[in-house]
Design a protein. Sequence first.
Length: 264
Amino acid sequence: MLAARLSLALALLTACGGAEAPRPVGPAAPLQLAEGSLVAYLLAWSWDGARREGDAYVFETDRGYTVGITAAHVAIGRVELVPCEPARASLGARVSSLLVPVAHAGHARVSDGSAVTSPVVESLLDPEPRLYGRGFAGPDPYCGVHVLAVPLAAEADDGFALARESLAITGYWSAPGSGERHELRAHINLQDGSLRPLLGWTSWPAALQPGRAPVAVVITRRPVRAFDGLDLASMSELDLGFAVLGNLMQSAQVEVASAAGDPG
């Protein structure tokens, strides 16, 4: 871990110079950034495990249902890096932790400069990553990212409008062993969040120019995994929306990229 932190520190210091910067190695966490440096957040989708059939992404769930998604949108309200928990907290720190909330499923701490609040409606069918925004690194090492979905009354880039909702999905489903299609509709108007670990390093995203920030945090959501464990035949639209949103947030994969070099 120390080697990775030293490697990244050297990379950030030399990124603007002429010398070739060393590539990050090892795990991404704990991620120690220069205080005040910019960190960019990219939101991406992965449809691994699905196939394209006409206007739908089609896949099979772990319970044998066939699902086809023709339209899907989610509203993201805030993204922020979350400092690592201290190995040994002082009495003052323990008392402070009772007063200052830390990140969990429903909300996140807002005292860190890395937090970006820029509500946006995304289409899950958008193949291109989206630059969500850029925050400022604090002095503490980071171990995770908190992503918060919120209800919005706003339009996505494709013109679809959410009506004070955090998720809306349309498509169809078929029961295991059956070719009969049933309408799939899922929506929810509640906020939901997830604290995800920094898993490792990835290549610099082609969608982001290196000069925009020395470090990028790439958050990839996997819609296919959002339907795992669900008995679609017995769920209402609201119950399905709540379950899918929660699974979507909890299955997100977070990686870090350095503009100073490709870790691959």
